[in-house]
Design a protein around this ligand. Structure first.
Ligand code: SF4
Length: 370
């Protein structure tokens, strides 16, 4: 479904508020199982709002305080969202995808290999660990990559064969349209590019599914060619925070990869994947100012890189679980001007072949590109 379906200003503003403040549920057992403890932003649940599937924080500390409450769904699966007792919108919780009912020959449920994000994205974390995660002095403070592994909801390493099997089933049974492959960082050389290559190659051998790979900038730009040749269509290299002090505080290990390296890597990657097929995730609310995020975004757009700005969601069990989510007013200073910049540059989420920016479910940004 096109992100542009949510083009009306009132609904875009409601989404911005819901993603910043979260949503309380009267009945927490409804819908597709939420994302808890993955790499990057998590603790979301997919909901259909105004013709678009979006991810809303549900199981977070701040969501428990949210003024928005969703009622138990009626017999048609429709739930009413109220604020201070007054109805503000209606949502629907998507059903569990069909491929979740399957398992591999050796008994691993498909849902432990890849999950459905939004309505049509298959997402997987190839390696559910990271060289930095075990040590709080180096780990990214927002990251919960080990939590779903510890909870037995996923497996440590998804093999190329398993990924191919699940991707084929998800396309055939649930009509997924693109795939996101992210990974914990396994080493300080290729930084995950090698396992992205072998995984993408295996998936593309069995199903024609656009793939976004996500990793840190590898040590050698030759990996961009290799990833492209393996079947990766779009690439995400995620800054998360944009000012050196915030990077050092929030992601002390990853901040060892300097911003200059990211910028060089973006340029090299755009040459290989094309303008608008390289993106970065920026988590708003970790300490970067509005001006810093917009200035970085402008620089990135100038390089042909899509800055996917997402409100930070504090995940239960991480060092930042009590850190406040950004206020809606903060997001409202960033997303509309950023959307206008993207439109002006004709660098649009809908033109991405695959990935988070194309999906757009974790941010209201795409609603402001129109
Ligand atoms: S934007 Fe990315 S992380 Fe969010 S639901 Fe879509 S694919 Fe998943």
């Amino acid at each position: 479904m096109s992100p542009l379906a949510l083009a009306d200003a009132g609904t875009a503003a409601l989404l911005l508020n819901l993603q910043a403040l979260g949503l309380r549920l009267e009945d927490s057992d409804v819908g597709v199982t939420g994302r808890r403890g993955g790499a990057g932003p998590s603790d979301h649940k997919a909901v259909n709002l105004a013709g678009r599937t979006v991810m809303i924080p549900i199981a977070t500390a701040s969501a428990c305080e949210s003024p928005f409450v969703a009622s138990r769904p009626d017999q048609h699966g429709i739930s009413v969202i109220r604020r201070d007792g007054i109805e503000v919108s209606r949502i629907e919780f998507p059903r569990q995808p069909r491929f979740y009912q399957l398992q591999t020959a050796d008994g691993i449920p498909y849902s432990q290999i890849a999950t459905l994000h939004s309505s049509d994205v298959l997402a997987t974390t190839l390696l559910q660990s990271c060289i930095r995660y075990g040590n709080r002095k180096t780990s990214c403070q927002f990251c919960a990559i080990g939590q779903s592994l510890a909870a037995g909801k996923t497996i440590l390493r998804k093999t190329p064969e398993q990924l191919a099997e699940v991707a084929k089933a998800a396309v055939e049974l649930d009509g997924v349209k693109h795939m996101v492959m992210t990974t914990g960082t396994p080493n300080l050389t290729d930084r995950g590019a090698a396992i992205l290559c072998e995984s993408a190659q295996a998936v593309k051998a069995v199903v024609d599914l656009p793939i976004q790979g996500q990793c840190e900038p590898p040590d050698d730009d030759v990996w961009f060619e290799r990833m492209k040749a393996s079947g990766i269509d779009s690439l995400g290299m995620h800054l998360e925070a944009v000012t050196p002090e915030v990077r050092a505080r929030i992601m002390p290990g990853k901040a060892g990869v300097p911003l200059e390296r990211y910028m060089d890597a973006f340029e090299a990657a755009v040459k290989v994947f094309g303008r608008g097929q390289v993106s970065t995730y920026i988590l708003a609310g970790l300490g970067d100012t509005v001006e810093a995020i917009l200035a970085m975004s402008e620089q990135l757009i100038g390089k042909g890189v899509y800055p996917f700005v997402v409100p930070f969601v504090p995940i239960t069990g991480t060092p930042l679980e009590k850190y406040p989510a950004p206020a809606p007013a903060f997001m409202a200073q960033i997303l509309p001007p950023l959307g206008a910049m993207l439109k002006q540059a004709n660098l649009l989420s809908q033109d991405m072949k695959a990935g988070c920016a194309k999906c757009g479910a974790c941010s209201a940004l795409a609603s402001y590109e129109v």
